[in-house]
Design a protein around this ligand. Sequence first.
Ligand code: SAH
Ligand code: CA
Length: 238
Amino acid sequence: MENTRNQVSTKNPTLLQSEELHEYILKTGVYPREPNPLKELRIATANHPMAFMGIAPDAGQLMTMLLKLVNPKNAIEIGVFTGYSLLLTALTIPDYGKITAIDKNRKAYEIGLPIIKKAGVEHKIDFTESPALPILDKLLENPEKEGSFDFAFVDADKNNYWNYHKRLMKLVKIGGMVIYDNTLWGGSVALREEDVPEAKREWRQCAIEFNKLISADPRVEMSQVPLGDGITICRRVC
Ligand code: SAH
Ligand code: CA
């Protein structure tokens, strides 16, 4: 059994001790409980060359539980891809809930959309094809939008995470939750730069800087969870 602890995995990265342990967790506690529409969407995405970008199903399961606790009326998602995290959110929030979903490219969303429609939750989703920053800035032009979101999930361009965070600290209410995906970037944040493949270095640096800033941000409580590719769970406190 190969121990992957000190390697940067390139595909569906796991930060656990071994790929086998990751498989064990998925097969024991995650896949048997994964709602059918999510399973269908995961399988429909599996052959996509960028499939590794989706939130890991085990991290998604934790996000589902947190969403149930927060019970958001208004959620925002930055980085939709084929829609696994979006569908997960839409299936979990109440029927009157709404999700502002933003992705600069709609093409991958078209793969998930028929499954989202079939699951009967499309009415909760307001999808906008655009880079996310101008949309967040536009929302902030309306003072009524300040503090109007209960939940945000950020899973887009890592170089903008801090820019998203600055805006989300106004858009998400005090007490609301923000989750950032890929904050451990395949474990590369803890490796020397020369040991990291060149293609991963730029966003490794972004993750390192973001993690430092968020850790020092008094506006949030945070927990860095080593599930999937690393998720950072924040609760706005002031
Ligand atoms: N949350 C998704 C995965 C998102 S992958 C899931 O669970 O499946 C990252 C997505 O971010 C891609 O679809 C990409 O098009 C989008 N993206 C990248 N840069 C962006 C930007 N500046 N604004 C909005 N979306 C962006
Ligand atoms: Ca991701």
